[in-house]
Design a protein around this ligand. Sequence first.
Ligand code: F6R
Length: 366
Amino acid sequence: GVCGYAHYMLKEIHEQPKSLNDAMISRVDALKGTIDLPELGLTKEQVNQFKRIIIVACGTSYHAGLLGKYAIERLTDLPVSVEIGSEFRYAARRLTQDALIIAISQSGETADTIAAVKDAVQKGIHVIAITNVFGSTITREAPSTIYMHAGPEIGVAATKTFTSQVMILYLLALYLSKQRDTVAPQELKQMIVSLKSVPQKVQQVMEQESYIKELSKLFSNSGSFFFIGRNMNYPVALEGSLKIKEIAYVFSEGFAAGELKHGPIALITTQVPVVAIATRSPTYDKTISNIKEIMARDAVVLAVASESDDSIGRLTKLVVRVPDACEFTSPILSSVVLQLLSYYTALYRGCPIDKPRNLAKSVTVE
Ligand code: F6R
């Protein structure tokens, strides 16, 4: 065992209340309602010169970037696009100096992401790197770096570093909105209070572990999975789907719930479990409609839902509860559920969890 855990992945999933708290230390002041990111080295004037943001990353870090896009667009006046590292250089759009690039890489060594950073820096564009590894290559290429402080991640699957990336992106969104005066001080304060409660709520999610383990056993012989979600739960679905592919070796697809009826629903059968992220959000009702479409085909739906949702149990008996939370916090909580689901599914399938075949912790070739 690894410090009392069977695998690094499980240990790292359980470390999240601490790693999420560490991401906020000395940056978030809940009493004053302020966010401080001195490591950026940017003046208010510089922050106000940006006209748009491009987030660049690969794999799980790309999914964190998608959540970052929602947060930044919700809190600031800046349009954000998210690009895959290996595609960044080949895009036809013209890069101008009023763009800000945010490059996300846990290892700081991913060749495709670093190539994008070099390209942008060469064109005189400001780059903020978000990484977990001190002195990694990306920190030497990018003019600004924000460290995640998540501690070393040994398991090949990104878990605690995913939620830390999301947290850092939220802090950055709040910081940008403060500097650009796009958020009311009261709202900023509320958001900060809500983020401060994340570690404790993640701890509460762990209380569902034995139930998630049971569900994983139930589904461990399924040949494929679907993961669906809307809005901020869409990247959560993509990340849940990636995790189960790489760790449990099960074919899986993540979809925006509304896209299902445009094709993939043809693949829905009683043999394909659908994991639906259906926590309370402005798109809750529409997600429920999508779940009904699936249930009408006799497929099995496993829902991730809010604690206070007492109607979803009438649709499906398989419901994992997460604490009620704001629209930013909730995706972090649901992601932890899906990490545990992948872990236990892989365990029942006898997979080498910390070292899945064909994968390396950092991908240093383009
Ligand atoms: C998935 C995973 C990979 C990485 C990707 C980017 O669990 O670990 O998809 O997220 O290779 O790695 P970094 O963030 O180091 O650039």
